[in-house]
Design a protein around this ligand. Sequence first.
Ligand SMILES: *[C@@H]1O[C@H](CO)[C@@H](O)[C@H](O)[C@H]1NC(C)=O
Ligand SMILES: *[C@@H]1O[C@H](CO)[C@@H](O)[C@H](O)[C@H]1NC(C)=O
Ligand SMILES: *[C@@H]1O[C@H](CO)[C@@H](O)[C@H](O)[C@H]1NC(C)=O
Ligand SMILES: *[C@@H]1O[C@H](CO)[C@@H](O)[C@H](O)[C@H]1NC(C)=O
Ligand SMILES: *[C@@H]1O[C@H](CO)[C@@H](O)[C@H](O)[C@H]1NC(C)=O
Ligand SMILES: *[C@@H]1O[C@H](CO)[C@@H](O)[C@H](O)[C@H]1NC(C)=O
Ligand SMILES: *[C@@H]1O[C@H](CO)[C@@H](O)[C@H](O)[C@H]1NC(C)=O
Length: 475
Amino acid sequence: MAASHLFVCIILCTYYSVAHGGDDDEHGFVTVLTSRSFQPEAAECSTSRVNLEPSRATAFVPLAHRHGPCAPSSQTSEMPSFTERLRRSRARANYIMSRASKGTVSTLADDDDANVTIPAHLGGSVDSLEYVVTVGLGTPAVPQVVLMDTGSDLSWVQCAPCNSTACYPQKDPLFDPSKSSTYAPIPCDTGACRNLTADDYGDGCVTSGGGSQCAFAIEYGDGSHTRGVYSKETLTLAPGVTVEDFHFGCADDQDGSNDRYDGLVGLGGAPESLVVRTSSVYGGAFSYCLPAQNSEAGFLALGGAPSANTSGFVFTPMRVEVATFYVVNLTGISVGGKQLDIPPAVFSKSTGMVIDSGTVVTELPNTAYSALRTAFRSAMTAYPLLPPNDDLGVDTCYNLTGFSNVTVPTVALTFDGGVRIDLDVPNGILLEGCLAFQEAGPDEFPGILGNVNQRTFEVLYDVSHGKVGFRAGAC
Ligand SMILES: *[C@@H]1O[C@H](CO)[C@@H](O)[C@H](O)[C@H]1NC(C)=O
Ligand SMILES: *[C@@H]1O[C@H](CO)[C@@H](O)[C@H](O)[C@H]1NC(C)=O
Ligand SMILES: *[C@@H]1O[C@H](CO)[C@@H](O)[C@H](O)[C@H]1NC(C)=O
Ligand SMILES: *[C@@H]1O[C@H](CO)[C@@H](O)[C@H](O)[C@H]1NC(C)=O
Ligand SMILES: *[C@@H]1O[C@H](CO)[C@@H](O)[C@H](O)[C@H]1NC(C)=O
Ligand SMILES: *[C@@H]1O[C@H](CO)[C@@H](O)[C@H](O)[C@H]1NC(C)=O
Ligand SMILES: *[C@@H]1O[C@H](CO)[C@@H](O)[C@H](O)[C@H]1NC(C)=O
């Protein structure tokens, strides 16, 4: 008991000294040392800031940025360029906004002003996904490093046998169903198989060579795909914590780019999702904490906050859109402690903000973005604004070379119910010296709450109770 209190205290003390250490933020500004936040990151993984209620730690899975030192070493591959990361983020955002609005808005393509409507049956590219978790699959459990995705539902891993033409090279051995005593394909004649087609994850029952199997297929907008056999297995989340009837795609036909991860775990709101599949055990709730920096660890946890004790969380209503996406309503933004003058009607025109683990930069409809940019720029006049670079897509970047510290205005977002979250300074606001927000399109567009803004919060998706919680300083 004493030990666990000490543990929490150490973590809280570290957190507060980081968040409030440089200067006081009474006036809406925080001074941070550039050596801590804007220079190449530590090569060692730090887990010291993870702050999880011990009573909630049952289905707790360590989470890491896939290109950082906390990712399992077999998975670390070189980080794509900043421009490339932003391009991937924008492509994913376009897909989500198009789907979330059910095709009622067309998103703008990257390079020109042509409208692109993304057909609803195409999945979002997984290239942009940056956070991985390690789970155990099968019996005996084999560790699999999978991308975490709140923007899709169907989990999948590459399965043996699969030659180097049909599967991409991953660093871990392929998952081999023949070596697991609990593996089974899902029969055609089941509700689960029939649902695949309805949820755009393939054709369901396919007859080939005298037999039939439940086939899944995820087709992506760039023409690539992931296909294989819809299957069930035992999934191990943590030592002794298993999901007996985990549904996933055993993929033996891949096409397209990859970064050598073993697969993906889908946490969206459709029936294929791990969250929905396990709702009788975990109550249709999950949470994660994305760390402030890539050299730090975070966590993914299944299950909600104990209903008796939601202290530390603030909650806003949430709805599930298009079966998959989690949507909240943004109602206000403040910069440097001052509420921006954005009429409520501007926010209510939008169809809401999708909270997404895979989009990097937050997408705001036009009027809200313009107001934020103007206020942020006027609070940052001490630093040279870099000239616009169309390749980046973000337009408020600073050259912080030569500054030993930077005084950054606080940015707070307010959601329905008056719930305010103060973004981490600077790691929840700035990415490589750039304001981690961009313009999504006209005010009618949906927005997306990207993963930079979510850093250090435990974000709790309580799907059964229709609410999202935020707890500051969770990692
Ligand atoms: C894109 O769509 C908008 C709204 O539907 C329309 O006003 C605009 O002209 C379109 N742009 C192009 C290049 O087609
Ligand atoms: C790889 O497997 C696929 C499908 O099983 C097959 O069509 C292809 O010929 C194989 N390629 C090689 C190089 O063995
Ligand atoms: C199939 O989808 C329906 C509608 O979303 C859902 O209620 C049902 O539980 C699903 N069945 C299975 C076996 O996933
Ligand atoms: C609720 O959690 C907080 C820490 O988040 C703890 O200090 C408090 O004692 C807990 N209350 C109950 C009733 O368990
Ligand atoms: C968000 O706003 C829309 C339109 O103003 C409303 O219909 C919806 O109930 C609100 N709440 C959520 C959680 O979407
Ligand atoms: C950033 O500032 C440094 C120091 O003032 C300067 O040497 C460098 O050229 C600037 N970089 C850019 C991209 O403007
Ligand atoms: C920030 O840097 C300026 C100039 O380099 C220096 O005068 C000031 O003391 C520094 N502030 C903090 C809090 O380190």
